[in-house]
Design a protein around this ligand. Structure first.
Ligand code: PLP
Length: 469
């Protein structure tokens, strides 16, 4: 199997190359050149199997023999051994045919752990094998930084740096980043906004000397390794509820379109999914695109669901590639329109493909808070606001004869203010995840200044400083 770019101008890569590259050199995203698939018998056989077993079956299709089976199995066992639940991603029943898939039992209580834990091990393995090192730099509005620093702390060949806007992440999120306690992991508090942090990361990639010296890399959700890891739970959840004989539907709280795109991939691989429902908050550009075929950028509106406060949804490009019949010219033209004019209009056949595969809806803040309160009143269950957005939307797409599975992407304790506003009660993290208030925090406070930030990374990284820590 080869990985090809959605814009058609970058060279095709092997799995290992695509894993380390992240973004393609033509600005596109990598996708497999053909979709691997499972037979109905194989899917039926997933029922009742441990998560790691199914994960191996799914991931092996994409790794395609480039990593020895035993090595891949060991990495998967280790990655999902960090989860604090025997089912890894348990299903919770909410109503007669209504289910919640809890993706937050990983070390940082965020669904990002599902992909980061295996991505870190895969990248470290590929680097160690080739005697290479690299430096990961990222920007986070809260969840991704914690999940990445935690996952990459044991990676010998990788130094990881995450910037967050000083004073703008929750105390719990900050402590997750600042108490990792590993010499190769660095939390940086920047006097600026998330967008300032993000734009400094982008600029670093265009500073050739800096980029080459530290061997700069990224772990944002455009990396194929993250997508493929998220395909797994669509199979395990559907099989638990009777797939492939029974079709199921999913509703997914969506930001960068990585999670729900993984559901689309599962369907391409043979999983009989009835509806894939995109749920957005008031930043509803994707819901509008599905309804009207018009993709029009606006201002990002800050909400109580910050992980979905996005206008440019990177992974949507992968769907456009598929919806246009894998036509890189069409994708490149749409992306050019977006860059130049801030919008594009979908060609009729592309819009028809998307409408045939997806539904969409959005929930505003009032509806989101009301949903948290309703859930708590009905079943005593506290959900996080991102999950509440999806629950709100899923209700409009429920069918009596098709199980609806809503993805729950964060533990409520990560968003205590919104949950308290909704039900007047503070959510607590599970005991194992609680970070003692007196635990020493290690963090570097930096000005919103490209040079200062790059100098810090050069001095603190092994590649930049020439030191071995
Ligand atoms: C990242 C995130 C999302 C959005 O996932 P995408 O793959 O970007 O669509 C939703 N909820 C939470 C809590 C997240 O951290």
């Amino acid at each position: 199997m080869k990985y090809i770019s959605t814009r058609g101008k970058a060279p095709a890569l092997t799995f290992k190359e695509a894993l380390l590259a992240g973004l393609a050199s033509d600005g596109g995203l990598y996708v497999p050149d053909i979709w691997p698939s499972f037979t109905v018998e194989e899917i039926a056989d997933f029922r009742g199997k441990p998560y790691a077993h199914v994960a191996f079956q799914v991931l092996a299709k994409f790794v395609d023999g480039e990593i020895a089976d035993d090595t891949l199995r060991d990495m998967i066992d280790e990655a999902y051994g960090t989860f604090h639940h025997p089912a890894v991603v348990p299903l919770v029943q909410l109503g007669p045919n209504d289910w919640l898939l809890e993706l937050f039992h990983g070390p940082t209580l965020a669904f990002k752990d599902v992909a980061m834990q295996i991505l870190a091990r895969l990248m470290d393995h590929v680097l160690t094998e080739s005697g290479k090192r690299l430096t990961i730099v990222g920007a986070t509005s809260g969840d991704t930084g914690g999940a990445a620093l935690e996952a990459f702390k044991t990676c010998e060949g990788i130094d990881t740096f995450f910037m967050y806007p000083h004073g703008k992440v929750s105390d719990f999120q900050r402590r997750q980043m600042t108490t990792v306690g590993a010499k190769n992991c660095h939390a940086m508090a920047v006097d600026g906004s998330f967008d300032d942090c993000q734009s400094m990361v982008k600029t670093m990639f265009s500073h050739d000397t800096f980029r080459d010296k530290v061997q700069l890399s990224a772990v944002n959700s455009i990396n194929w390794g993250r997508i493929m890891a998220q395909v797994v739970y669509y199979f395990t959840a559907a099989a638990s509820l009777g797939a492939p004989a029974q079709k199921v539907s999913f509703t997914v709280p969506t930001g960068n379109f990585g999670d729900i795109y993984a559901g689309f991939v599962a369907r391409q691989m043979g999983l009989p999914i009835d509806r894939l429902v995109i749920a957005t908050n008031e930043n509803d550009i994707l819901a509008r695109t599905v309804a009207r075929g018009e993709h029009k950028l606006g201002e990002v509106k800050p909400t109580i669901t910050p992980s979905m406060d996005i206008q440019i949804s990177s992974n949507f490009e992968r769907l456009l590639f598929e919806a246009s019949g894998r036509d890189a010219k069409t994708v490149s033209a749409l992306m050019r329109d977006l860059k130049d004019g801030g919008n594009y209009t979908l060609p009729k056949d592309v819009q028809a493909f998307i409408a045939a595969n997806f539904d969409a809806g959005s929930a505003d803040e009032t509806e989101t808070l009301a949903e948290i309160a309703r859930m708590y009143k009905d079943s005593g269950y506290l959900c996080d606001p991102h999950t509440a957005v999806a629950l709100c939307v899923s209700r409009n797409h429920a069918k009596r004869d098709v199980p609806m599975i809503t993805l729950s992407t964060a533990h409520p304790a990560k968003f205590p203010v919104a949950v308290h506003d909704a039900v007047g009660k503070k959510p607590y993290p599970p005991e194992w995840a609680d970070i003692a208030e007196d635990k020493t925090e290690v963090v570097t406070r930096l000005k919103n200044d490209q040079i200062e930030v790059e100098e810090f990374i050069l001095a603190a990284s092994r590649l930049g400083s020439g030191r071995n820590i």
